[in-house]
Ligand binder design. Structure first.
Ligand code: F6P
Length: 342
C-alpha cells in the first residue's frame, strides 16, 4: 500500500513527531510505502511530492515546524483543485491520504472523503486546542509552556519597575492558551475571546494589586475584546486568507490602563514564539500516538475519520463531526480563575 501524507495550516510543535510515528509503524509493521506532499493541499494539487521513508524521519522527533512544509491552500477554492489532487494520487498510486491539520485542512479532508471518494484519515493539530472532538491537540502544551515562561520572566521585571505588564498570547476564537498560561504563571487578570471584558473592571483589579505593592500581569488572548462602546480597536480587517485580524488588543489595553490608572504599562506580544521550536514531552507523546493510530486507521480502511484523544485513549471520530464546532472555554472554567484576579 502507498500512503500520502501532508501537513496543512499554521505550523505546530509536534507535526514531525506525527509524521515519524506513522511512517515508522507503517513501514516497519505493515510494509507500507509513503509519499510526502509539500505545503499542505498545494502539494497534491500541484504534484509536489517528496520521498518519505524511515531515513527521512530519523532525528525529527524533537524538531519544531514540519519537514513537509505547510500552507493554507484550499483545493475547493482553486480551479480544478479536486481533479488535480485525484490525478496526483493516481499518478503516485496512493491508496490512502493522511492529512494533519486544523479546522480548514481537516474540512477539506472531510469533503474529499465524503463527496469525492478520496480515502482520507485526519490528524488534528492546533496550538489553540479548540477542536471539539479531542480533549487536547498537540502543540497546545508547548505554547502554554512558552507563554508561562514568559509570564514568569515578566513578573520580576514588572515588580522591579512597578509597572503593569500586558502579555498578548495567541487564540483568535478560544482562550485556552490565555487561561492555562495565565493560571500557571499567576496572572492577575486573564482576558479571553469567549467573554467580553470591561476595561473599568480590569483597571479596578490593577489598582487593587498596586495597593498590596505588587505589579500586575495581564494575560490577554489576541481575540479578546472589550465590551461594546469601550472598543477603539485597530481592526486590520482581513488578511489575504480572509481571516479577521484583531491585532492590537494588547497595545490597546496598555494605553487604556495607563490613561485610566496613571500606572506605567507595557505590552509583550508573544506571537509566533508560541508556535516555534521544540515540542514539549507531552506534545511529542500525543503527536507520536496520533501518528501510530492514524496509520492503524489506514490499515483498517477506516476513512473519513480523525484520531482524537479522550481521556488517555485514542479514538476515531468522523472528520466532519470534529470540524463542525469549535471548542471554547466554558464560562464556569473561566470563572474558576477569577479568584486570582486583582
Ligand atoms: O490557529 C493557530 C494560530 O496560531 C492562531 O492562534 C493565530 O491567530 C494564527 O494561527 C496565526 O496564524 P498565521 O500567522 O500563520 O496566519
Amino acid at each position: 500500500m502507498r500512503v500520502g501524507v501532508l501537513t496543512g495550516g499554521g505550523d505546530c510543535p509536534g507535526l514531525n513527531a506525527v509524521i515519524r510515528g506513522l511512517v515508522r509503524k507503517g513501514a516497519q509493521e505493515y510494509g507500507y510505502e509513503f509519499v510526502g506532499f509539500r505545503d499542505g493541499w498545494r502539494g497534491p494539487m500541484e504534484g509536489d511530492a517528496v520521498p518519505l521513508d524511515i531515513p527521512a524521519v530519523r532525528g525529527i522527533l524533537p524538531r519544531g515546524g514540519t519537514i513537509l512544509g505547510s500552507s493554507r491552500t484550499n483545493p475547493f477554492k482553486e480551479k480544478d483543485g479536486v481533479r488535480r489532487i485525484k490525478e496526483t494520487l493516481a499518478k503516485h498510486e496512493i491508496e490512502a491520504l493522511i492529512a494533519i491539520g486544523g479546522e480548514d485542512t481537516l474540512g477539506v479532508a472531510a469533503r474529499l472523503s465524503g463527496e469525492h471518494a478520496v480515502p482520507c484519515v485526519g490528524v488534528p493539530k492546533t496550538i489553540d486546542n479548540d477542536l471539539s472532538a479531542t480533549d487536547y491537540t498537540f502543540g497546545f502544551d508547548t505554547a502554554v509552556g512558552v507563554a508561562t515562561e514568559a509570564i514568569d520572566r515578566l513578573h520580576t521585571t514588572a515588580e522591579s519597575h512597578m509597572r503593569v505588564l500586558v502579555v498578548e498570547v495567541m487564540g483568535r476564537h478560544a482562550g485556552w492558551i490565555a487561561l492555562h498560561s495565565g493560571l500557571a504563571g499567576g496572572a492577575n487578570v486573564i482576558l479571553i475571546p469567549e467573554q467580553r471584558f470591561d476595561i473599568e473592571q480590569v483597571c479596578r483589579w490593577i489598582e487593587s494589586r498596586f495597593t498590596v505593592r505588587y505589579a500586575p500581569i495581564v494575560v490577554v488572548a489576541e481575540g479578546a475584546m472589550p465590551k461594546d462602546g469601550q472598543m477603539v480597536l485597530k481592526d486590520d480587517s482581513t488578511d489575504s486568507f480572509g481571516h479577521v485580524r484583531l491585532s492590537g488588543v494588547g497595545e490597546w489595553l496598555a494605553k487604556e490602563i495607563e490613561s485610566r490608572t496613571g500606572k506605567e504599562a507595557r505590552t509583550t506580544v508573544l506571537g509566533h514564539t508560541q508556535r516555534g521550536g521544540t515540542p514539549s514531552a507531552f506534545d511529542r507523546w500525543l503527536a507520536t500516538r496520533f501518528g501510530l493510530h492514524a496509520i492503524d486507521a489506514v490499515r483498517d480502511g477506516d476513512f473519513g475519520k480523525m484520531v482524537a484523544l479522550r481521556g488517555t485513549a485514542i479514538v476515531r471520530v468522523p472528520i466532519a463531526e470534529a470540524t463542525a464546532k469549535l471548542k471554547t472555554v466554558d464560562p464556569a472554567l473561566y470563572a474558576e480563575a477569577g479568584v486570582f484576579f486583582g
